[in-house]
Design a binder for this molecule. Sequence first.
Ligand code: IMP
Ligand code: ZN
Length: 362
Amino acid sequence: MEWCLKQPKIELHAHLNGSVRNSTLLELAKVQGEKGVVVFADVEHVIMKNDRSLVECFKMFDLIHVLTTDHETVTRITREVIEDFAAENIVYVELRTTPKRNEAKGMTKRSYMEAVIDGLRSVDTVDVSFIPSDLNRENSSRYFASNDNGITRRRIFVRLLLSIDRRESTAAAMDTVQLALELRSLGVVGIDLSGNPLVGNWDTFLQPLLFAKDKGLPITLHCGEVKNRKEEVQAMLDFLPQRIGHAIFFEEQQWKQLKQSKIPVEICLTSNIRTECVTSINNHHFADLYASKHPIVLCTDDTGIFSTSLSREYRLAASAFGLGEMELFQLGKNSIEYVFADEVVKKSLREIFDSATPKLPL
Ligand code: IMP
Ligand code: ZN
């Protein structure tokens, strides 16, 4: 575990509101309890519950959204999530979140994202590099950066993905894509399609996703999370997104197509097991994809919801699939090739990993 903690790591599948600390959720629930918005005792029980089915996860997200949806709180949770990732030596993260409108709070999708970006600016335990146009800064960056006072701190690269929720309409999804295009200069690098996989239709999102593709925005899709979605999985594979998340319920021919296409898969082991989408770690498709040398990236999905961390996911992969330090290191390093950030960032990441290469035993 210590080795997994110390290694530089890349996180490509993390949902902001799924990664909130339990302590923060409890604190927020207390405040909302005092205002009569929630009943604290009920909420406390739900927050502290450890194993959740897929359906329960989505109920939990609705609750979290009640607790977090004002600008100040969005800024706070973004700061804390990035600080937590940096504390376990994550050197690059693509944080994804669903821009939300909330008239009662005067929140638009844009002001929600501004609150997220304020969160990135407010991190003070580590240097956060998120503005792509700041080329010189990113180029000169390695593990460390000096601030104006000459104080040297560790550095984390952060990029943002805007999520389209499967509950949304075509028009709402289009608004999200437009916003992503407008915020490219502030670190938005792509689009994600997520939300309850039992809700919504692929057709609803096709037009906005094609528009994003046409504008050169990379796309990652939650794909094959639940059974009996053969047509949808097929349409998603035919769409040729830059990455997919999960990839569980595929037909034989679809596995073949996936492997031929070489679309990288974001693998979230604990999430898949906790939600019972995969019956046990021994049946997880990681083993087959790894053996086939298919591009894969270990990710957390929701560190808060599933009480995990990227280091724990690495340790789990090591113990379940018999990977040694060198194999784990290489697996992590390969992720550089699948990030949505530009070549300047990739070059910095290669340098970081090269300087951390484990020594082979003599
Ligand atoms: P947010 O986008 O920051 O609000 O993060 C929470 C949201 O991410 C949830 O409401 C879902 O839409 C999405 N999400 C998180 N985990 C999963 C998952 O395992 N499958 C599909 N969607 C998810
Ligand atoms: Zn996810």
